[in-house]
Write a protein that binds this ligand. Sequence first.
Ligand code: ADE
Length: 240
Amino acid sequence: MRIDVVSLFPEFIAQSAAVGVVGRAQQRDLLDVHGWNPRDYAQGGYRRVDDRPFGGGPGMVMMIEPLQACLRAAREADARPAPVFYLSPQGAPLTQTRVRQLAAMPRFILLCGRYEGVDERVLAAEVDAEISIGDYVLSGGELAAAVVIDAVARLQDGALNDAESAVQDSFEGDGLLDCPHYTHPASHPLGEVPAVLRSGDHAAIARWRRMQALGRTWLRRPDLLDEAALSKADAQLLAQ
Ligand code: ADE
């Protein structure tokens, strides 16, 4: 899949997309991330991309013309249709369900705002949806774009080395939080690895992990249990 990112800091996007799972997904040709700088499409010697807000008030607003020209160039770089998503705290909260939808698209464009935001007319004319990564305010959309790209990249077939691990993650599959994980040494001043994990009894290990996932979700994020895919076996485990 292809993701084009319109940002005043395309180097931030390029760097964050060059490492880890996202970098590997790009090397494996599962994902193609391209940065586009609206400043390259701005007019005049100063290559101005922002201006003062009508009605007064603090901060600057990103102007229509450079953004529109930049979006057009990004769109035309590939023949496949590309919906545009604007990263903003006003958007719909990003969930794993939304990430799965995005990961199944052949391509999309992420628009990152800076300053006070983007001229509303660009949003109305060019943007298909707004995405928020949480109820807090970042100084720009770039970190949020990097979050979207990471979450989407790891769902591409072949991006993860252990194909199972995406399914076992928190939220993937059943909508529960993840169970705890341990590695060597089994015995350490910080604590012992639970005996069941060393028992070799795979059914008992699976039951223990499921119990932990259910218990943690109940304690930490009970809101998730309403939507989680719980089975009769889960009810039996909880009744034990
Ligand atoms: N830009 C600024 N804050 C943001 C947020 N919380 N989510 C997405 N984009 C943003």
